[in-house]
Design a protein around this ligand. Structure first.
Ligand code: KG4
Ligand code: ZN
Length: 333
């Protein structure tokens, strides 16, 4: 079965053609980063307009790159939420019309479940049950995944998402947007232990996160020490990144221990951070736990993961019709 996947929940317009939920025939991502860059974050109204401009060319490109014809597409899957409503509506409405015009099945996909499915598109996949972390600019969620359809939320951030903390710290240091890749690169030359920023672990046995204290602590450090040199900025970046990695790794390993899992999967934009993936793997290995992550192009928002999750939903008969709508946070059916 050939599925057209569509993603437009935030600042990437993406389309992909995936065969049988596993083989990526094409995956096209049109990023709006250049537009949002000068504002230091995503501007929702601009995002919606850019999605409208990009959706048709991006889908056309995905079909062309997959070397198929429109008539070869058997089903459509699009992100239904969570995300920016105006942005979601563009991809979801396009997908609805496409499916209606062609009279083919249409699945409305949960973006977070799709991030977990990016792990299933890899050759080396985690075996069930496993602990999954979806860590991006909008979420830091830990799941206990027992099957392809069962994701139990064990914990989430109570304030900022980890990616958001990377972006905000980068902004404080005047480094640009998105902050994650810039901070990771700068950190490579510095001792991560030089500055001791706080690690908020919250209550014992809690799998929730809080990154706002860390963010404030970095802001205070910049202010008190009157930071301006590139060298000092890189040092702060490295010590901040270490604090985030430390908390994420500890909570993940605790969660794996609690649920007696031998595998941890990480997904979402922040999982592209190789320093994080490597340090987590080293720590997990000492407990006999293996760590899985998607390839870099599947870490951030993409439509291949939407098509993969959609394929499964279609197989299960979990379909959307013209009456279904998008959702920003809470899912209302
Ligand atoms: O999954 P994603 O592309 O979009 C959302 O759904 O949010 O994630 C984007 C987030 C941004 O906050 C960005 O700074 C972060 O992922 N990110 C990183 C890295 N690459 C992207 N954070 C840390 N290290 C990276 N290498
Ligand atoms: Zn995402």
């Amino acid at each position: 079965m050939i599925v057209l996947g569509i993603e437009s929940s935030c600042d990437e317009t993406a389309a992909a053609i995936v065969q049988d939920g596993t083989t990526i025939l094409s995956s096209v991502i049109s990023s709006q980063i250049d537009v949002h860059h000068k504002y230091g974050g995503v501007v929702p109204e601009l995002a919606s307009r850019m999605h409208i401009e990009a959706i048709v060319p991006v889908v056309d490109d995905a079909i062309k790159k997959a070397n198929i014809k429109i008539k070869d597409i058997d089903a459509v899957a699009a992100t239904r939420g969570p995300g920016l409503i105006g942005a979601l509506l563009v991809g979801f409405s396009f997908a609805k019309s496409f499916a209606f015009a062609r009279q083919i099945p249409f699945a409305g996909v949960n973006h977070l479940e799709a991030h977990i499915y990016s792990l299933f598109l890899m050759k080396k996949k985690p075996a069930f049950p496993f602990i999954a972390l979806v860590v991006s600019g909008g979420h830091t969620n830990i799941y206990y995944v027992t099957s392809q359809d069962n994701f139990e939320l064990m914990g989430q951030t109570r304030d900022d998402a980890a990616g958001e903390a990377f972006d905000k710290v980068a902004k404080m240091l005047g480094l640009g947007y998105p902050g994650g890749p810039i901070i990771e690169e700068l950190s490579k030359t510095k001792d991560p232990k030089a500055i001791s920023f706080p690690r908020s672990m919250l209550e014992k046995d809690s799998f929730d996160f809080s990154f706002s204290g860390l963010k404030s602590s970095v802001a205070r450090y910049i202010h008190v020490n009157n930071i301006s040199s590139e060298d000092e900025k890189a040092q702060i970046a490295s010590s901040f990144q270490e604090a985030v990695i430390d908390v994420l790794s500890k909570k993940l390993i605790n969660a794996a221990h609690y649920k007696k899992c031998k595998s941890i999967g990480i997904a979402g934009g922040v999982s592209a951070n190789q320093t994080f993936a490597n340090k987590l793997s080293i720590r997990a290995k000492t407990k006999n736990i293996s760590v899985f992550s998607p390839s870099t192009e599947l870490c951030g928002d993409n439509a291949a993961m939407i098509a993969a999750r959609g394929f499964r939903m279609i197989q299960q008969g979990s379909l959307c019709n013209l009456d279904h709508d998008v959702f920003s946070r809470t899912k209302i059916d």
